[in-house]
Design a protein around this ligand. Sequence first.
Ligand code: ADP
Length: 719
Amino acid sequence: MRIAQVLLPLPLPEAFDYAEPDGMELKAGDLVAVPLGPRQIGGVVTAVRDGAGHNRQLKPILARLDEAPLPAGALAFIEWAARYSVDVPGAPLSIALRGARAPKPKPARMLIATGAAPARATPARTRVLEAAAEGPIAPAALVAKAGVSSGVIKGLIDEGALEAVFEIVEAAFPEPNLDGPSSPLNPSQAAAAKVLTGLIAEGGFQAALLDGVTGSGKTEVYLEAVAELLRADPEAQVLVLLPEIALTQAVLARFEDRFGVMPGEWHSGIAPPKRRRVWEAVGAGRCRIVVGARSALFLPFKSLRLIVVDEEHDSSFKQEEGFIYHARDMAVARAKIEGAMVVLASATPSLESLWNAESGRYKWLKLRSRHGAAELPDIGLIDLRETPPETGRWLSPPLVRAVAETLGRGEQALLFLNRRGYAPLVLCRSCGEKLTAPDTDSWLVEHRYTGRLICHLTGFSMPKPKTCPHCAAADSLVSIGPGVERIEDEARALFPDAEIAVFSSDTVMHPDAARELIGRMEAGKIDILVATQAAAKGHNFPNLTLVGVVDADLGLRGGDLRAAERTYQLLAQATGRAGRAERPGRALLQTYAPDHAVMQALKAQDRDGFVAVEMAEREAARLPPFGRLAAVICSGPDAEALETFVRALAAAVPNTGDVEVYGPADAPLALVRGRRRKRFLVRADRTVDLQAFLSAWRARVRPPGSVRVVIDVDPYSFL
Ligand code: ADP
């Protein structure tokens, strides 16, 4: 008898043993169905061993699933990811099997010529029969190919010249055309592309940081590297990771222009049948280019040779719920496991990546100027203490003038505010109460389009009440502060003739909507775009020459470890949207703190100076990238049980001199969905095995059933 060790996509500490039925001949990576208690569940075989002498009664594997096995690289990556995140391997496995869980495509009705001659031959009928003679074809495709009406086709079916067959249509991922049109690279782009292709040709794990200002042509450079790779290795697969679904459309289009085929697309907005096709085609090696969001990292690539992480600094790469991981860091790990190349691209790289580049671990490729005649925008600061907006308004007179001038020249303006909705806070003028969700400690955000108050943390929403829910005063609720909807109102009042649109995750909820809005913006049909960060990344709008940042200080207020870095990145990206083509652009930042280091660095476009100061501060405090951090978040509905548990946990900190543990403290978000939250913060030097420390610590105290413990290695959120 042989024993198969099977990992299940469930929160279990380890793989389970099952007996291999005779003749099944399982091997690592095979997907199987196994019994678990009363139910049947799919999992993956991680190892098979001889069971001779084994005296425990094992349940047998029920069946091998009709799926391609997970490749060794994918399996090794799942196990590595779990260990790094101090989580169970079932958590990343569950992400990896998402494609397998999507329903298989159903057989589709296709038409094929039977060979029987029609009663009456017309040119239209002949065209149809010729088109359907080559093999089964979908009715709509036949209509298009033969250029006839569906009536013609129906007639031929009735006469028996065409017949219907049902077939599963395999996803067509045609081979990319590697000799298609490409823009000649400028000298610095060509130099960067040459280094990349040289590294890829060397083979094995390689990492590079493609550090180029906005509009310098980073995408052109990595497209060139992709082309070279696909040319050199007919099996090679490429993954491009993007931080936002809204960005995938633009990048997909660039790939389609260049290679004449659409890459596989992978993110949560993809319908299950399509997801299933991409998953299968990637596993079979038929899909050679995938463009997707972070979870694409867990696809079963057969021969992954290159991963590009575009906008690598973006904190959306950090998955904060469920299995917690940072897709940039995981991309580097997967590349290492696969012996592949990873390219991290950004105009404002993270301090972590800059540190790796400085220390020589990553090859550092720099593009210092925009392509062609395009110039970086002029950046000016508007001191709101000197030129404040009128009461109840948010746009200061200098910004309003600049917008008017821009529109006067027939150009476009973008007003950037990283806040969804109409107002971030609703307050009762009578009792002073700030409205929050019933079970969560965060303010309800007013949305005027829907007339609702929404908790952005949990999704709770309610209609805006007429009276204060606390003191019952009538008409006492006031909206405090602006969100994009409020800025839109103000812009409409100021520029009644302008075409104004809002780009935020509330107005653009689907990739098609993003494509439509971006298309209108590119075509110059929008005069003023009011946008959150959803639009501030990556796009090229040739006629956009003014970016106004409504509240440049917004990101600094939280004051966490990365507040300054993140604000710099976000504002450099947002202002980088201006003046992408030949028209010079400018950006104006409204701020109450014009002397702040971030504002001064942005104004002087002195990224390196800013980074140097920030690095020095992190180094002095031994914070990332110079030290390692982890957060331990404990939560539960019962305050007393939680308190008892965190005290016990605090008393059980393993006694290692080189790890500092701070806390427990109330989390800034002390109540979420009815659960109270407490946090520990752990800091260690880079030489410490933080994962081993965390596992050992957690194992010392068993939480009561009501308490949940979440470990967040390399935390980005401190709430
Ligand atoms: P980045 O990714 O660095 O922001 P992109 O690759 O998007 O830059 O390039 C910015 C703009 O410049 C795009 O519209 C792109 O088509 C154009 N561009 C960049 N490099 C070239 C080139 N070598 N030839 C023609 N157009 C280019």
